[in-house]
Ligand binder design. Structure first.
Ligand SMILES: [Fe+2]
Ligand SMILES: [Fe+2]
Length: 203
């Protein structure tokens, strides 16, 4: 357990590891956590489509995000299949407190580059935190099948986190990206601290 907590602490630079009790809570609410997970994947796909629409002149972004849309939608379908297999229902989408809190930190005015950077870093952060949460589930759940199920998601989301950071560094000065990323990590830690510990949601 000790090794796991150090590893999780360091994962992807996140400043606050997930409370270990969260894993046990999710095990009690499988239908709800799968529903929430499905919508996280849907939102990831939708946001990538929006970024492509908004920044259609940025060739590298369009080229690299297009397959991510397919991948995230594939994830949605995998989670949906898991619900169906278990005769569970895809419930309603909840209010996403975590993501809404992150959106509050995005700079709305200022230079278009600043807004662009914040949009990419928001995505990187959501991918990083999702990855950390999937890692928790893949290591902490009693059910071996589910541990493997989440391990696969953990691996894809880790790749996505890097992709968004790399995209930011492609279009903007590395030092600027680094500096702002650290601000985001600090902010996200505070958001996580305030979040209620609930087993029916990924974040
Ligand atoms: Fe995904
Ligand atoms: Fe992702």
């Amino acid at each position: 357990m000790e090794e796991l907590s150090i590893d999780t602490k360091n994962i992807l630079g996140l400043k606050l590891p997930t409370d270990p009790r969260w894993v046990d809570l999710t095990a009690l609410q499988l239908e709800e956590i799968l529903t929430d997970h499905a919508y996280c994947e849907q939102k990831a796909a939708t946001t990538c489509i929006s970024l492509i629409q908004r920044y259609s002149d940025r060739e590298k972004l369009v080229k690299e995000l297009s397959p991510i849309v397919t991948e995230e939608w594939g994830h949605f379908r995998q989670v949906l299949a898991e619900l169906q297999k278990r005769q569970l229902k895809l419930g309603k989408q909840r209010k996403d407190v975590y993501v809404n809190k992150l959106l509050e930190f995005q700079r709305k005015g200022g230079h278009p580059d600043e807004r662009f950077l914040d949009q990419l870093l928001t995505m990187a952060l959501i991918e990083a935190r999702s990855c950390e949460r999937f890692k928790r589930l893949s290591e902490g759940l009693d059910d071996k099948y589910l541990r493997n199920f989440y391990r696969r998601f953990m691996e894809s989301e880790a790749g996505h986190y890097t992709l968004f950071i790399n995209l930011a560094e492609h279009y903007l000065d590395k030092k600027t990206v680094r500096k702002r990323w650290l601000e985001w990590l600090k902010y996200e830690k505070e958001v996580m601290k305030e979040m209620e510990l609930r087993g029916d949601r990924i974040h």
